[in-house]
Design a protein around this ligand. Structure first.
Ligand SMILES: NC(=O)c1ccc[n+]([C@@H]2O[C@H](COP(=O)([O-])OP(=O)(O)OC[C@H]3O[C@@H](n4cnc5c(N)ncnc54)[C@H](O)[C@@H]3O)[C@@H](O)[C@H]2O)c1
Length: 375
């Protein structure tokens, strides 16, 4: 199968969907790889590194879309890319269709095969191609939070780890999933005193077993949250209710219980945020202040660390991409249920219920479409 890797053109997106190591993996199996020049620059991979790994470098995005049977990307295509997408071309990338009716109609019109990273799903319902970005954002939340706790950045002026004779800072983590676990580990590693809250008792039991001694677990409810925020220096929001907007766990009236200069990092902002006063920000202007509380609400945190994010993402996507190339998308999706769940739109037909429900558009079962799809 011919593989194409365009340069990401969405504003401020520096990741790339395939590393030189990935090119070698495809080449070894006889799949030619075409990469757009400078596609890897934002992540620190030179054109020479791709060429040495066996890729053919192309000058323009048009050439990449024109030659490839499978396009591997990071972000959803933007309007200027729509006309480049060909009928029956396989697109393997993040789409987040439910948040864009325009994109959904465009992909239906292009009759492409849209396999979305975010809906590839394992038996245990985990989302293996979202996990790496949650890991990055969770770890980064402490790094960012620690920075904004500094006085010149608007924070309380607290060093999370403390020093001899001075108590460490307090970190409260709401949500003990991927983001929360990684955040708690990082904060604990810095020497902070950490409390992690979740509504799942089995999850709290697990965390209690594996976390170091400076991490406590606590049931998440309004009473406990009101108590904890009074002494926390840094609060991380990492809750998720699949398919729903995140709940507002810290309401505006609760801000006055907190000490001025407390920092809140709302990682869940991409699902609407879990603090009432959260609104999405960018890396250009990551924070704002409400009632003397510093809010950090960047919706694409991993974008600031593209080198790490690219490697983390491609480690997870490459085995699936290789399977698609080896077997063809149809056989791969029949054989591998995880990949099948990633199919959102096939040759103009929506096959993912959440997308059809979001816009009241017609839907067909993926199995029916797989049997009748043209290859
Ligand atoms: N901003 C970014 O750049 C970025 C990057 C990656 C992920 N995210 C987002 O971070 C959020 C968390 O992702 P994740 O992978 O850790 O999800 P996850 O499903 O692994 O964990 C979510 C946890 O929240 C818990 N939870 C649900 N309701 C709760 C409540 N009321 N109180 C406390 N805990 C509660 C769940 O039990 C679960 O353990 C998601 O919204 C995700 O989209 C944002």
């Amino acid at each position: 199968m011919i593989i194409g890797v365009p340069k990401e053109i969405k504003n401020n997106e520096n990741r790339v969907a395939l590393t030189p190591a990935g090119v070698t993996a495809f080449s070894r199996k006889g799949h030619p790889v075409y990469v757009q020049k400078t596609a890897g620059h934002g992540s620190g991979f030179s054109d020479e590194a791709y060429a040495e790994a066996g890729a053919v470098m192309l000058n323009t995005i048009e050439e990449v879309y024109a030659i490839a049977e499978m396009i591997i990307k990071v972000k959803e295509p933007i309007a200027s890319e729509y006309p480049l997408i060909r009928e029956n071309q396989l697109l393997f990338t993040y789409f987040h269709f439910a948040s864009s009716e325009e994109l959904t109609h465009a992909m239906i019109a292009q009759k492409a095969i849209c396999l979305a990273y975010e809906t590839v799903e394992k038996d245990d319902r985990s989302l293996p191609l979202l996990v790496p970005m949650s890991e990055v954002a969770g770890r980064m939340s402490i790094q960012e939070g620690a920075k904004y706790l500094e006085k010149p950045m608007g924070g309380r002026g607290v060093l999370l780890g403390g020093v001899a004779g001075v108590k460490p800072g307090e970190v409260l983590v709401l949500g003990g999933g991927i983001v929360g676990t990684q955040a708690a580990k990082m904060a604990a590693g810095l020497g902070a005193y950490v409390t992690i809250m979740d509504i799942s008792l089995p999850r709290l039991r697990y965390l209690d077993d594996v976390m170091p001694a400076n991490v406590d677990t606590l049931m998440s409810n309004e009473y406990n949250i009101r108590q904890q925020i009074q002494t926390a220096d840094l609060i991380i929001g990492g809750v998720l209710i699949p398919g729903a907007k995140a709940p507002s766990l810290i309401t505006r009236d609760m801000l006055k219980l907190m000490r001025p200069g407390t920092v809140m990092v709302d990682v869940a902002i991409d699902q609407g945020g879990c603090f009432e006063t959260s609104k999405a920000t960018t890396h250009q202007e990551p924070t704002y202040v409400v009632d003397e509380i510093v809010h950090y609400c960047v919706a694409n945190m991993p974008g600031a660390v593209p080198y790490t994010s690219t490697l983390a993402l491609t480690n997870a996507t490459l085995p699936y991409a290789l399977q698609l190339a080896d077997l063809g998308w149809q056989a791969a999706c029949i054989k591998n249920e995880e990949l099948r769940k990633g199919l959102n739109i096939v040759q103009g037909t929506i096959v993912y219920k959440g997308v059809s429900e979001a816009f009241g558009l017609p839907f067909q079962e993926v199995t029916t479409v797989l049997e009748t799809a043209e290859v």
